[in-house]
Design a binder for this molecule. Structure first.
Ligand code: NDP
Ligand code: PYC
Length: 340
């Protein structure tokens, strides 16, 4: 492990081992610790700083709160030919996703399209690892979930929606899939937290303070309400996520998740909706035509100097796989204190 004053260098294997050890130290089962450490490592590797190692203290806080069952065994329920439900039993979401994925893929191949509802899960992670895992099976992936009611509707001043991410992946014959993954708030809350940690100002369109005024103070933003991206459009998408990944699948909205937490400070607890589509079932013999059409679309984007979503991440991944990652010393110290 090489060190500089301001950060600590770790190989991806060292990072995974550290995250796993912390979790096991706190009584998290090996299966959950593996699933969580994998995703935390992927987040740091792809330089998604709000959803990499920074999430580990939050996982430990969730376990310490007593709300999460760190040994929960996800249970699968075959609801219909195209619908699978996975009850996470108040464990973290990631093991539930991993457990359900093969059955979801099987159903999507059989039906052309299939949905997986993950219920009663504690959720802290980015969604791109999940839709990328679906694309790696040759399927189109879509995922979404609520969180806590930190985000005001467009035109309002009080939190109603979660930061409600939507992620999409389109498998490509060569190279990385086309992937996007974004919060329907102007920015993930994790990013505002990182600005607050570092004492940095935020852009005024990210949040309003307690008095409903735009603020550049990250702490005031955390105490006020976040804004949706794209005004009323992001607001409508955020509502859609509450409906599809909450009301529809028999699980909590972000307001209910916040109430369930009751100040404990655990990760949000709610459901997640994951959809997989088999392109071969939709286009049959025409699949290659569809793929070629998609490639022409991507070319038309990059040929004019614009970039595809996730391109930054894929470049970061290549760097990290070669050189390892650097973790801010303050975060590294916070992680080491989790062994106290
Ligand atoms: P960003 O705004 O950073 O990025 C959103 C997407 O847009 C990414 O796919 C990104 O690709 C892409 N993108 C960014 N800039 C450009 C550009 N100039 N041209 C083309 N594409 C671009 O993400 P958010 O802050 O909205 O969300 C960050 C993460 O937080 C997500 O992974 C999300 O899943 C997670 N999250 C999780 C929640 C949960 O409840 N579990 C709640 C909210 C968020 P790239 O990465 O390559 O820049
Ligand atoms: O960054 O908004 C966020 C978030 C919420 C839950 C996990 N990440």
């Amino acid at each position: 492990m090489a060190e500089r004053d301001d950060d600590v260098a770790l190989s991806l294997a060292e990072l995974f081992a550290l995250a796993r050890k912390v979790l096991v130290h706190h009584g998290v089962s090996a299966a959950h610790a593996d699933a969580i450490a994998r995703v935390i490592t992927q987040g740091q590797r792809d330089e998604c700083h709000s959803h990499g190692l920074y999430r580990l203290p939050g996982c430990v806080r969730s376990v310490r709160s007593g709300k999460v069952d760190p040994h929960a065994q996800p249970m699968l329920r075959d609801v219909a030919p195209g619908v699978l439900a996975v009850d996470a039993h108040y464990g973290f979401s990631l093991l539930a996703f991993e457990t359900g994925l093969p059955v979801l893929a099987e159903k999507a191949r059989a039906q052309g399209i299939a949905a997986m509802a993950i219920n009663r899960c504690f959720h802290f992670s980015a969604l791109w690892p999940e839709v990328e895992a679906i694309a790696a099976l040759g399927l189109v992936g879509l995922a979404m979930n609520p969180s806590h009611s930190w985000v005001a509707p467009a035109g309002g001043t009080r939190g109603v929606f979660g930061t409600n991410p939507i992620a999409f992946a389109w498998p490509r014959a060569k190279g990385h899939p086309f992937v996007f993954d974004f919060a329907t708030s102007a920015i993930a809350r994790g990013d505002i937290e990182l600005h607050a940690r570092d004492g940095k100002p935020i852009p005024p369109h990210w949040a309003i303070d307690r008095d409903g005024q735009p603020t550049t103070d990250a702490r005031a933003a955390l105490e006020g309400a976040m804004q949706t991206f794209g005004g009323h459009k992001g607001s409508a998408l955020a509502a859609m996520v509450e409906l599809l990944a909450g009301a529809l699948i028999g699980d909590l909205t972000s307001m209910e998740s916040q109430a369930f937490d009751d100040g404990a400070g655990a990760s949000p607890c709610h459901g997640e909706l994951v959809i997989a589509i088999d392109p071969t079932r939709f286009s049959g013999a025409e699949e290659e035509v569809g793929q070629a059409r998609a490639e022409r679309l991507f070319e038309a984007i990059v040929d004019q100097g614009a970039r595809l979503p996730s391109q930054r991440r894929f470049e970061a991944r290549e760097r990290s796989e070669r050189d390892g990652v650097r973790v801010p010393r303050k975060l590294y110290n916070d992680v080491m204190k989790l062994f106290d």
